[in-house]
Design a binder for this molecule. Sequence first.
Ligand code: GTP
Ligand code: MG
Length: 182
Amino acid sequence: NLKPVQVKLVLLGEAAVGKSSLVLRFVNNEFQENKEPTIGAAFLTQKCRLEDKVIKFEIWDTAGQERFHSLAPMYYRNAQAAVVVYDVTKAASLDKAKSWVKELQRQANPNIVIALAGNKIDLVQPIEESEDESTESGRQVPTEEAKAYANEFGLLFFETSAKKGDGVRDVFTEIAKKIPLE
Ligand code: GTP
Ligand code: MG
């Protein structure tokens, strides 16, 4: 089955969590320190080769600024996959991610594959001399908390760094694996 299976994927999440940066890392293997906010949405494509199929992602990278919220349904309608992004150093961004998941589960395709991605893990520093070994500076969203939420709502879960590249390919590869062959 060498003919690529086209998969429409949408990225959603609060402004500045790193949606465009994740796409730029996945598509071009690049990172920009001062990426400009997305206006409306951006469209990019990238293939993902698995053992038994080739997926061609048609990616809609939406704008997180509140004034663009009403455009989102145009992009998630008919989407087969969604990546909902938050910033692990900003607790409020997980609340926003949860509200996107709720909207998707009410309004999008009922079979949509949703991944939750906690981005910017490069900003989390382990504090080695701390008595509590689980304490990390910079982090506002504990991994276990987000993972438990993702499990409860049937989402794939990842922590990523668009800056360093950690976890970025996994997001798209695991989504590709969950897309049924037609
Ligand atoms: P909107 O388009 O406004 O919704 O924002 P966005 O979610 O697309 O965020 P964008 O990718 O533009 O990134 C916002 C800022 O965060 C930029 O300055 C990026 O360089 C930075 N950034 C993105 N990802 C990471 C990351 O993994 N680590 C760090 N340290 N910075 C990041
Ligand atoms: Mg953007």
